[in-house]
Design a protein around this ligand. Structure first.
Ligand code: ZN
Length: 128
């Protein structure tokens, strides 16, 4: 736990999405996100993005997976001192994140901060 990351959809400039606070390292997060897209949303990447990004503007403590509906910062556990930020997290504002997971229509990409902005370190197709 404690690895802060972002789940996002691609934009022409980079990405836009929401933070999640726990289990953001690739080994866990890629498997959780693949399970959510493929098993919970039956492979509908856009439906998954709507849940993960649009329906929970506060972001997540734990993103949902096939075994758990997740815990969000807007409905389940709002911050004690006021509302969660509802600003989307983008390539401009994701500086606290160690990883970004971009839900492309055909693949899941993993980005890390590099010298020249965000660098893609892994990419895996949704279906193999
Ligand atoms: Zn919520």
């Amino acid at each position: 736990m404690g690895t802060r990351a972002v789940v996002a959809r691609p934009t022409p400039q980079g990405f836009t999405g929401r933070i999640f606070l726990n289990d953001g390292a690739p080994y866990t997060a890629m498997s959780v996100l693949r399970g959510f897209v493929l098993n919970v949303q039956e492979g509908d990447v856009e439906a998954a993005a709507r849940v993960l990004i649009d329906e929970h503007p506060g972001g997540w403590i734990d993103v949902p997976d096939p075994d758990c509906r997740g815990r969000c910062l807007c409905h389940d556990a709002p911050p004690v001192n006021g509302a969660a930020s509802t600003e989307p997290t983008t390539e401009q504002t994701a500086s606290e994140a160690e990883y970004v997971y971009v839900l492309h229509p055909e693949r899941l990409a993993v980005l890390v901060p590099g010298d020249d902005g965000w660098e893609e370190i892994r990419s895996t197709p949704w279906s193999d």
